[in-house]
Design a protein around this ligand. Structure first.
Ligand code: GTP
Ligand code: MG
Length: 184
């Protein structure tokens, strides 16, 4: 979505946040948009929405329409509908539970099967290694290996994040927006 009035530019990007149950998708969004974190876990049902407005530069406003997809939806039939017209995705795993990393490709494959950009390319994906405030297990303990893995599996990059401590989230979003400016 692109709109130009004078030399002011406005962009609207639909971005998906997907990944296994309880990896922190909702917490990342709540932190990023509302500067809020809770230890209490309430599973998302279906999908939730949030809007983050970025004053990217004096002439550019970016609106990120964040679609927070429930982890339990991977087994549902609605993801195709939710994925429609997305221009980017974050795939989230929990660094303290390597089983959530093992499911990352299931989410990415589901995404790639169900939605493409207008030019037929895969939707650009960034991997988020969330809960970096907790003890890590698995590949995330060897960052070089994860960097190589991410490259080989079609991710633009990966970021360590903590919704609890608010680290890495803005960096990841800014990375995506910087790439996005080349899409439209
Ligand atoms: P579903 O909606 O079921 O798919 O889960 P979700 O991915 O949205 O996870 P949610 O954000 O609800 O977080 C699950 C649990 O992890 C909650 O108890 C959060 O408080 C906790 N959590 C989320 N992010 C972090 C983090 O960065 N660090 C720590 N320590 N806990 C986190
Ligand atoms: Mg949720």
């Amino acid at each position: 979505g692109d709109n130009e009035v004078g030399n002011k530019r406005e962009h609207l990007y639909k971005i998906l946040i997907i990944g296994e149950l309880g990896t922190g998708k909702t917490s990342i969004i709540k932190r990023y948009v509302h500067q809020f974190f809770s230890d209490h876990y309430r599973a998302t049902i279906g999908v939730d929405f949030a809007l983050k407005v970025l004053h990217w530069d004096p002439n550019t406003t970016v609106r990120l329409q964040l679609w927070d997809i429930a982890g339990q939806e991977r087994f549902g039939s609605m993801t195709r509908v939710y994925y429609k017209e997305a221009v980017a995705a974050f795939v989230v795993f929990d660094v303290s539970r390597s089983v959530t990393f093992d499911a990352v490709m299931k989410w990415k494959n589901d995404l790639d099967q169900k939605v493409q950009l207008a030019n037929g390319d895969c939707v650009p994906c960034v991997l988020l290694a969330n809960k970096s405030d907790l003890p890590k297990e698995g590949i995330v303990t060897t960052p070089d290996k994860l960097t190589e893995w991410a490259k080989q599996h079609g991710f633009m990059g990966w970021f360590e994040t903590s919704a609890k401590e608010y680290t890495g989230i803005e960096e990841a979003a800014n990375f995506l927006v910087a790439k996005a400016s080349k899409w439209d």
